[in-house]
Design a protein around this ligand. Structure first.
Ligand code: HEM
Length: 337
């Protein structure tokens, strides 16, 4: 059984008994053991840091010995920066897990599979530890990011540090609202938190990350109607096209994960736009109770089907990283006193 924790969160409430039912109303308690960034809503600013542990065993031991301090810094910052709504998540990839822990590996923790088709590619890249911070203030995220990376200095290398920001009211830089169809409330918890399928890691979650770089010149050269056909929603007012009106290559067709019977399986995307005029894009970060959920969607996006259809968003967005992590429940992260 996971350790049950009670904490105030302005985005969730609790069910009357038993398992938590998060609801988007204010200031009530939740009873989940997931890390605070896993189920909570997006914030205007985020920072995504991936770290590689240095190759020698002594470095892995040093990282391991510093994890209690890392957890302490995260908790201290969340309390100290409550006004900024700071929420945090730490994840470990398969390689990171093997190097750091003797505890049994979460059943579904696999390496990100590199995929390629028709000149499109999803690379699998390096990353042992993910630190995901989000709040209403970029400086709060940055200060904490600095303390955490300083703590792990000497035994880790920063592979990526991506600062995401809210762009024009929840739009991606391609100017479409992102996140609309995300599950909420109990459906979100159901989609994201591991349950009976791996009881030892109940309330943990898998995270798939990919950094995409946009080609905004080509994207913006498209007529709005063409952009809308690529996404499958209207641009200005964000209305979903009916199945009959959607192009087979529309992102909302291809990005959806399905089970063997063809039913949709939900994931929770906390994507953020990032970058500047030199390089910019979308940091994709998808949470699910199984790594297969996002993997199925990625295959549908990149591999052309029998009719030659793939996700045309990939003609304007190139993935440059890809890693899968596991976010353990809090009871695993908290130092045992
Ligand atoms: C360049 C990267 C990406 C961009 C800019 C992007 C953008 C969007 C936008 C604008 C929407 C429509 C609004 C919404 O419901 O959120 C959407 C929907 C969605 N995307 Fe993406 N996305 C990206 C990558 C991905 C990836 C890698 C996946 C899955 C592996 C994915 C899965 C989905 C899903 C499941 C939906 C909801 C479909 C529905 O139920 O209508 N997206 N995305």
């Amino acid at each position: 059984m996971p350790m049950v924790a009670y904490r105030a969160d302005s985005f969730y409430t609790a069910s009357t008994v038993g398992k938590i039912i998060p609801i988007n109303v204010a200031r009530v308690e939740v009873v989940v053991d997931s890390q605070s960034g896993v189920l909570s809503d997006s914030r205007p600013f985020a920072e995504f840091i991936s770290l590689a542990i240095a190759g020698d065993d002594a470095s892995a031991q040093r990282v391991k010995s510093r994890l209690p301090q890392l957890w302490h810094l995260l908790q201290q910052a969340e309390q100290g920066e409550a006004q900024a709504g700071l929420r945090t998540t730490v994840g470990f990839s398969r390689n990171g897990w093997q190097r750091l822990f003797s505890a049994p590996m979460p059943k579904n923790l696999v390496d990100f599979t590199a995929l390629e088709d028709g000149g499109r590619s999803f690379p699998a890249t390096e990353g042992d530890i993910l630190i995901f911070l989000k709040s209403t203030r970029m400086d709060v995220n940055f200060r904490l990011a600095r303390s955490l990376t300083t703590l792990l200095e000497g035994c880790t290398r920063i592979v990526e540090d991506v600062q995401g920001f809210n762009y024009r009211e929840d739009r991606d830089m391609i100017d479409f609202v992102d996140g609309t169809e995300n599950p909420v409330d109990e459906e979100r918890a159901q989609a994201v938190l591991i349950g009976e399928e791996d009881p030892a890691w109940s309330d943990g979650s898998y995270i798939t990350t990919q950094r995409y770089v946009h080609d905004l010149d080509s994207w913006n050269a498209l007529a709005v109607k063409q952009q809308e056909a690529v996404i499958g929603r209207s641009k200005q007012d964000n209305i979903e096209f009916s199945a009959a009106d959607r192009e087979p290559y529309a992102h909302i067709n291809k990005g959806k994960s399905t089970d063997a019977e063809g039913n949709e399986v939900a994931m929770y995307r906390q994507n953020m736009p990032y970058g500047n005029t030199i390089e910019n894009g979308t940091y994709f970060i998808g949470f699910a109770k199984s790594t297969e959920v996002v993997d199925i969607a990625l295959r549908k996006m990149i591999i052309a089907d029998a009719e030659g259809q793939y996700d045309h968003l990939l003609d304007y967005s190139r993935a440059v990283s890809g890693v899968i992590y596991f976010a353990p429940p809090k009871c695993f992260m908290a130092p045992q006193n």
